[in-house]
Design a protein around this ligand. Sequence first.
Ligand code: DC
Length: 208
Amino acid sequence: MIIAVDGPTASGKGTIARALAAHFGLPHLDTGLLYRAVGRQVQLNGADPDDPEAALAACAFGNDLLDDAILRSEEVGGLASRVSVHPAVRRALYERQRAFALQAGGAVLDGRDIGTVIAPEAEVKLFVTASVAERARRRWQEMKARGIDVPLTAIERDIAARDARDMGREDAPLRPATDALVLDTTHLGREAAIEAAITAVLAKSARA
Ligand code: DC
């Protein structure tokens, strides 16, 4: 079974994807991490993330980079969003994601275009979302817990900018697949959101 979990930044899609993978005993790939590695590699190369050739060259990042905690930073998230608009970058990362999706026994992948481009045949497609204000609040809380104090308004602005770029790009824009189940987590706690996702997968596989 392939489970595709797409959605905007800080929607809870990563948490839900990991929980689904653990619950159903499937391997999980956070595809955002690949784009983050490209963004970080561009930075290490001292290159411009908006330059398609420089971004493509950065797709040759070493696998060790995927374990670097710096990939989780807001700054690298922004760079990832910028390199991800280049079609050549998306093509370069395609095979790796596709092969992961097609492995025997199935997989859970989370990202922006899993249900639409990487695995359009996925048995279950979830589109996890929440309001900008709620996503900003969650991100703010997360950062505060790590000792980083950034004004909530600045986070809200960054999230809105990232949404606009991820949804507005020409190649594989962020949007729900026509057959995706939209899960709005604005008013759901972590456990309730996971529960709703598990129920959706079970309902879908019972129908298959
Ligand atoms: O999920 P994330 O915040 O780690 O993703 C970082 C950026 O990577 C996101 O703003 C857009 C890009 N991305 C993408 O274009 N396609 C994906 N499947 C995953 C991420």
